[in-house]
Design a protein around this ligand. Structure first.
Ligand SMILES: *Cc1c(COP(=O)(O)O)cnc(C)c1O
Length: 401
């Protein structure tokens, strides 16, 4: 057997250092539990940044993937295939939208939304050529492409990757007034995360999404909700926008849409918006492939039961109640919604990374973000007992500093 130390050494030597992984080498996983190469078990509180909402090795998703692997994996969009119609109709019904444009990664779906909004702006809204602007938020995270990092406010994500794509206006997250002030006749869209995940699970003030919706409607501007991390059950509803009864013009989806099996992303919008895209104007060799659609169909079926949303809401309340008990005991604040939390650790005690390492030693996988925040997002299938034991371990890890 190869030891984890050896595998880590080769991984570090032979891969680009674009990540800084915790020192654990995972070999297998089921539900909320992962096992490393040495046989030690951990509870997964990162869930592939919410890609594993339905748990590792979810039986229905794996069965769908295995069945599809036997039949057909790739056609390209040059032809139809028999999983495509159900995927588009099913995701359209889940989002309440007419049309789907499938891609693979989240960043590609965000890029798709940007392209669609610009085209809509020129062809439908009547913005003069090349004058369109899109309003985005400070501390956003929408992916890693050159256009997307152009409007990032995180120096690590952005610095030295210029020249940058123009056409974006950055405003403060959580302030409807800031959007109102930034909007002009050339604004085609407002791109917003209903909850900012990478920024530390930042929940905007109550009524913010409703205000964004109203301002967009009043100004003939598309509201684009990046629900890649917040959507598909994580917050206790199908979409985080649902908490305010808000329906964006474009949903951007990814992560859990691929069931933790394959990258599947998509945007969902009505015909009056997505209809602007004609053959040859956008695409992806792998977008909407048969395996992706079969997995996506299984995910949509799971969401249609409503069980996961309900479970995330119920377990989320329990998790947040327990986490709030840690405030003043090494925890400064707790934010989040559903089975999703950002926990700010007292910076005088330890960094987020140090706490993550202490959690790792206690059998819980979690990841810090922005220095002193630990984000917690276990698979929604986690048992109540495992959830509570992990929070006890977090309390113990913090108390060790
Ligand atoms: C992860 C994420 C993305 C990017 O998705 P990738 O699949 O990594 O390209 C975009 N937006 C949000 C909100 C995300 O959490």
């Amino acid at each position: 057997m190869t030891t984890s130390a050896e595998l880590i050494e080769v991984s570090e030597r032979r891969s680009a250092h674009n990540y800084h992984p915790l020192p654990v080498v995972i070999h297998e996983a089921h539900g909320a539990w992962v096992t490393d190469v040495e046989g030690k078990r951990y509870l997964d509180f990162l869930s592939g940044y919410s890609s594993l909402n339905f748990g590792h090795g979810n039986e229905k998703i794996i069965n769908a993937a295995q069945e599809q692997l036997k039949n057909l994996t790739l056609t390209s969009r040059a032809f139809y295939h028999d999983q495509f119609a159900q995927f588009c109709a099913g995701l359209g019904d889940l989002t309440g939208k007419d049309m789907i444009l499938p891609m693979n990664t989240g960043a590609e779906a965000v890029e798709t939304a940007i392209k669609v909004a610009r085209k809509w702006g020129y062809e439908i809204k009547g913005v003069a050529a090349d004058q369109a602007n899109i309003i985005v938020m400070e501390d956003n995270f929408h992916g890693r492409t050159t256009t997307i990092v152009s409007f990032s406010t995180d120096p690590d994500a952005r610095a030295d990757f210029g020249p940058y794509t123009p056409g974006f206006k950055i405003v403060r997250y959580g302030s409807a007034e800031a959007i109102q002030e930034a909007i002009d006749d050339n604004t085609v869209a407002v791109l917003v995360e209903p909850i900012q995940g990478e920024a530390g699970v930042l929940v905007p003030p109550d009524g913010y999404l409703l205000d964004v919706r109203r301002i967009c409607s009043e100004n003939n501007v598309l509201m684009i909700a990046d629900e890649i991390q917040s959507g598909l059950g994580r917050t206790g509803k199908t979409f985080a926008c649902d908490h305010e009864g808000v329906v964006p013009d474009i949903y951007v989806l990814g992560k859990a849409l691929g069931g933790g099996v394959v990258p599947v992303s998509a945007i969902a919008a009505n015909q009056d918006v997505l209809g602007v895209i004609k053959p040859g104007q956008h695409g992806s060799t792998f977008g909407g492939n048969p395996l992706a659609c079969a997995v996506g169909n299984a995910v949509i079926e799971l969401l249609n039961t409503g069980e996961y949303q309900e479970r995330a809401a119920k377990l989320g309340e329990l998790m947040h109640a327990r986490l709030r008990e840690l405030i003043g005991k090494g925890v400064v604040t707790v934010r989040g919604r559903g089975l999703w939390a950002g926990v700010d650790i007292d910076p005088s005690l330890a960094s987020g990374r140090e706490v993550s390492k202490a959690l790792l030693a206690r059998g819980v996988l979690a990841k810090d973000t922005h220095g002193t925040t630990i984000r917690l997002a276990p698979p929604i299938v986690i048992s109540e007992e495992d959830l509570l034991s992990a929070i006890d371990k977090l309390a113990d890890a913090i108390a060790s500093f």
